[in-house]
Design a protein around this ligand. Structure first.
Ligand code: TRP
Length: 447
């Protein structure tokens, strides 16, 4: 079958590659913090509900589009939309992917620097003030962040240029199990620290009184951002999923992996932070400033610091791979460039744009619009506007314009799979998901 040569060779390969795209930097510092701030277990329950209700159906929707069309994101909308201008969704997806990659690779580059520092034991023995100073000096430097960003882009491009099976699938099969092993190692370390239970309490105690309307909205937005929806990543990977694989099961497994990594990251971070009496700050500070202090106070801290940053690097790499693949698949199939040429050109393009993001913590931090630096602007434009808008356009396209029989045919693999859940899925696709996305969009615009 043509599609077997085109894409992933097994269901496991598909699940691990797409889970790699979903599990990212966001799982490790964003999710645990949100959980802690929004009533712990209460946020967890609401978030899981949204993942099931909206996240999984939206992922299936992207998979249906990619697998039906056997094509990259631009080609897929053009093909299924029969040239009625739907291709524009594809082009905006490419734009969103480049913008996300541009700022995401900055933080990925920081991680690379911290891997080097942790492995050469440079972080150990530093005072808390020195650790904070190291972070701000490094991120505002005019050369090093750009260099580390470039190194990360090159690393990603090397994997991409090896191809879907020999590059993406192969490395995901190695890195994702490794990520879980390292994460479990960290979980054991953290839970055996004195006073760990206080951190677990902060994380899991379901306090519904702390879950505000904004918290519920965060739980919704997070379920959607964390699964990497609305950028065409899952359309592209969907086109690589074998016809005999169930799109529902694949989406379910990916979501389970994504949630599990997010929750386990919280189990690593908060017991450790509380055990040493530190403040559970949010954002990059938590990972790059608070945690190095925590590692310095624990036995074998140097080793665990190295393990932790390698873990963070792996989570980032499998995500940057899925981001670049969106663009490379487009270049290969629509522009008919070789995979190697596409990898290099898209990497250079991302670097030209991304370097501005890297420098926006230092030399050009005064280049602002609406009080936001270039890095923050890219983050805002993609996460608050482009991703929800594109996901909304996707649901309208598949739910309201594309023939229902064809959707059903793709989801049931031509009638071979059980179709019990199909009507429920289709209802969510047409009504529930678009409304939820509109709510995210409007609340993002209002601020
Ligand atoms: N899901 C990723 C994370 O949690 C972030 C992300 C959003 C992403 N959209 C994406 C990654 C598209 C790859 C492709 O960190």
């Amino acid at each position: 079958m043509a599609n077997e040569q085109r894409g992933f060779t097994s269901s496991l390969g598909a699940i691990l590659a797409a889970a790699g795209g979903a599990v990212g930097l966001g799982n490790i510092w964003r999710y645990p913090y949100m959980l802690g701030q929004n009533g712990g277990g209460a946020f967890l329950i609401v978030n899981m509900f949204f993942v099931l209700l909206i996240g999984i159906p939206l992922m299936m929707t992207e998979f249906v589009i990619g697998r039906r069309a056997q094509s990259n994101v631009v080609g897929a909308y053009k093909k299924l939309g029969r040239k009625k201008g739907w291709g524009v969704i594809g082009y905006f997806s490419i734009l969103a992917a480049v913008l996300i990659y541009a700022f995401y690779s900055v933080v990925a580059g920081w991680t690379l620097n911290y891997i080097v520092m942790a492995c050469t034991n440079q972080l150990s023995g530093m005072t808390p003030a020195a650790i904070a100073d190291t972070f701000s000096t490094f991120t505002s430097h005019s050369f090093w962040p750009v260099l580390f960003q470039l190194l990360f882009l090159i690393l990603t491009a090397v994997v991409i240029s090896l191809g879907v099976q020999k590059g993406i699938e192969k490395i995901s099969k190695i890195l994702m199990p490794l990520l879980f092993i390292l994460l479990l190692l960290m979980v054991v370390r953290s839970l055996t620290l004195p006073g760990a239970s206080e951190g677990l309490h902060f994380l899991f105690h379901p306090d519904f009184s702390k879950l505000s309307g904004a918290g519920v909205l965060n739980a919704l937005g997070q379920s959607f951002f964390s699964l990497s929806l609305g950028v065409g990543a899952m359309v592209t990977y969907g086109s690589y999923i074998r016809k005999e694989d169930s799109l529902f099961k694949t989406s379910l497994w990916i979501s389970v992996c994504d949630l599990m990594v997010a929750i386990l990251a919280g189990v690593v971070i908060f017991p450790a932070v509380f055990s040493f009496g530190m403040d559970p700050a949010g954002g990059p500070q938590l990972v790059y400033v608070v945690l190095p202090n925590v590692f310095n106070s624990m036995p074998l801290g140097g080793l665990f610091a190295a393990v932790f940053f390698v873990l963070l690097g792996i989570a980032a790499l499998t995500s940057t791979i899925s981001l670049q693949e969106i663009v490379v698949a487009f270049m290969v199939e629509e522009l008919h460039w070789s995979r190697r040429k596409s990898s290099i050109i898209s990497m250079v393009l991302t670097f030209v744009v991304g370097a501005f993001c890297a420098l926006s913590f230092g030399p050009i931090k005064h280049w602002t619009l609406f009080d936001k630096t270039i890095f923050d602007l890219f983050d805002l434009i993609t996460a608050s506007y482009l991703m929800p808008m594109l996901a909304l356009a996707t649901t309208i396209f598949l739910g309201w314009f594309y023939p229902k029989v064809e959707v059903k045919d793709e989801i049931t693999n031509g009638g071979a799979l059980n179709a019990n859940l199909f009507e429920l899925y289709y209802f969510i696709l047409r009504f529930v998901a678009p409304i939820a996305l509109l709510v995210i969009l409007v609340s993002g615009i209002i601020g």
